[in-house]
Write a protein that binds this ligand. Sequence first.
Ligand code: FES
Length: 138
Amino acid sequence: MTTELTDVETVHEERSWLFTARDPYGEPEEVILVPCEEGVEAWVNRCTHEAQKLDRGMGAAMRDGQIICPKHGSMFDSCSGYCDNGEAAETTLVAVDVTVEDGTVYLDDSTYEFGHEGGADDDDDDDGMPSSTSHIGL
Ligand code: FES
């Protein structure tokens, strides 16, 4: 199933774009879109070394086209997902298929269905923890 996600420009401006998909068992899986040259790539939001989120909800740390793991600092190529350094050396992030048409990014993966934008925990069922304080005036 193909679902519209966002546009290439937004991913390039924000450096990474987090969404939650559902795997074939209905379990949530976080995915990040990251800039790769002029386009975007999508990777499961989990380091290959330990179950560490690459984007912890504030955007993934990126430098020179590489995604930096916040736990031990291994760097993954944003285009190939490959890591040649540190604890995660010689592993590759789990790829999620996306397509780009006229600057719009679509989830186009036979395994994953789109759930919602943001991390697995920030859906609309508020658990009492406000996700934004922008509505609170002084
Ligand atoms: S958890 Fe990512 S390098 Fe260790």
